[in-house]
Design a protein around this ligand. Sequence first.
Ligand SMILES: NC(=O)c1ccc[n+]([C@@H]2O[C@H](COP(=O)([O-])OP(=O)(O)OC[C@H]3O[C@@H](n4cnc5c(N)ncnc54)[C@H](O)[C@@H]3O)[C@@H](O)[C@H]2O)c1
Length: 253
Amino acid sequence: MGRLDNKVCIVTGASAGIGRATAVLFAQEGAKVLAAARREDRLKELCDECAGLPGTVAYCVADVRDPEAVKTMVQAAVEAFGRLDVAVNNAGVMDDNTAIADMSDEMLQEVFATNTFGLMYCLREECKQFLSQGDGGTIVNICSVGASHQTAGAAYCASKGAVLSVTRNTAYMYKEESIRCNAISPGGVVTDIPLVMPPSDEFGFGRTSELLNFSGELAMPEDLADAILFLASDQSRYVNGEEIKCDGGWTCF
Ligand SMILES: NC(=O)c1ccc[n+]([C@@H]2O[C@H](COP(=O)([O-])OP(=O)(O)OC[C@H]3O[C@@H](n4cnc5c(N)ncnc54)[C@H](O)[C@@H]3O)[C@@H](O)[C@H]2O)c1
């Protein structure tokens, strides 16, 4: 028996890193996964890789910054698999570590467009679907220890602080509707995220890199996927509105 047998799950940002590892693990646990991201070739590869697993993986090309694309993504899950049970809102980008005085308008807009607005568009459509089904649903938002510790620039940390707030707001608002909404906050994870982030600002990176000395060994995406599985499955049925840090103790200092 898999821990997500026949559960219909959306995973955003599934073409790489934590999202990809989560989609694979969910398929191993028997889920019907709609993997969403922008790069179709990567999503096709993921579907092929998962072909022999107990679950099923289908894909949908979607940019979470576009509210219409997000609507289409939720519809695609329902069209492919008949309903929605679980959503992992994972798509995200880093900033350039700038402190507020040096932050550009473009950086603020780009980071919030994906990490905050994009995640909230997803949450809205997922909750609408859960409410229309009438039997609840489970959401895992991928936040960051940067929501409460200064591990990145002003834009990134603030964008993730908002993710924590909307996680708790959603959990409270729909508690009676059996919609659970929790967050996972990774510390340092070995993924592509540094490859796609802009070059770091010298002053800001100087400040944040002091904290890297405490981070210890980085996690692998699979370490995060295991924690996400717990919050996505019924094993966490009484956990709601919580943030679980998955950082190997980095932020315990
Ligand atoms: N890697 C870390 O150290 C770390 C630490 C804390 C939090 N996080 C968070 O974990 C999440 C996943 O990051 P990762 O480390 O796996 O990075 P990654 O770059 O390896 O993967 C991010 C995924 O999101 C997708 N994505 C980005 N913008 C998108 C958009 N507009 N629409 C659709 N998909 C989009 C990317 O294509 C990719 O599939 C992010 O929310 C990130 O902020 C990562």
